[in-house]
Design a protein around this ligand. Sequence first.
Ligand code: FES
Ligand code: FE2
Length: 392
Amino acid sequence: MQTAQFLPAWLYCEPYIAELEYELYAKRCWHPIAACSELRAGQALALELLGVPLLLTRPEAGEIRVFLNRCPHRGVALLDTDRSARDCRRLVCPYHGWTYDLYGRLRAAAREGDFLEPFHRSDWPLKELRCKEEGPLIWVALGDDPLPLEQQLDLVISEAGNLWRQPRKLLARRRLPLACNWKLAHDNTLDDYHVAIAHPTTLHREQGPVRAYRHVLSRHGSLLATPTGEKGTFFTFGLVPWTHLLLWPDGRLAVLHVVPELGPATRDPQALSRSQMEVWLLSPVPSPALNAEPPLEQIADAAPGRAELEMAELWMAEMLRFLEEDRCLVEATQRGYRSGLEPGPAHRLEQRILQWQTLYAEWMDLESPLAKAPPRSQEAIAALISSKSATG
Ligand code: FES
Ligand SMILES: [Fe+2]
């Protein structure tokens, strides 16, 4: 059931909540980590998700795979994390030369006959994680038992299925640092109460009059649909864990996701007050009906042309204008929360925030006596994580 109150301020300010969020919240979700168009057959791409080094591969004759970018011998990364896909048939560890194929199988190790104990290549594959392509994006789960991806994307599929599944190519990507907890940036991007006031000449123009707003809520997501005259509907989806999809009637897609500093690699007490907003811009590729030659895959794979890049530059500039307006507000909210404020009443146009916060509270077990107030010790946090893991 949806609550009528915002989450308490301590959840945005206490450093140790990050560890709980990684274990109890982030690991239950799928994370978009790249556009499908970024990785062609026979390529590999290294990147990070919540401090976890990942290696994506697309074998010539197989589906996309994702592995830990960590050699099982001594842990060295097999590829540098520079976000550029490269052609490769083999992944060779730069330390002692263990060599893997794009399916993560160990194919060779240097001086293989001289290991001190019996050595079998099949005992040393790369550690594989769950990965799916859905719509124009590649999704990865860090936990063993994530929510089914179709449930996470239920509203996108039911409300905009054909538009969503259109092939697209990535045109541009940017990151904007924010001095606030990730939840404030996520709350704000779900907040339909502030748009007319805070973004009168930017997002408000895109979304149109507030009286025409249509909301749809599901268990794991929410939608703000706004009519854009003759052209169709502009969709703004808010999804767990911290992802927003803006879908224009002409097929353009902007992915906005907050990048928190959570996870096993984060022990910095200041990390809870830092996050980044990442923006990806994707444009549809022409319909196959209009382009019998060349095949659609080639169009999707082609590098963006000059006109597309110019369009992307203008589009990104527009996005950054409203995100900069938001940055000032969310950073001010963080200062307010830090100063001891408890949030006030929620408005009807803030219902998407409440819908998400209700799910967050459930997953974080905020009804339990331990979590009603901030747990103060590492022992208490460990107890809460293990009790939740034990009960699933
Ligand atoms: S760390 Fe990779 S081969 Fe030794
Ligand atoms: Fe905003």
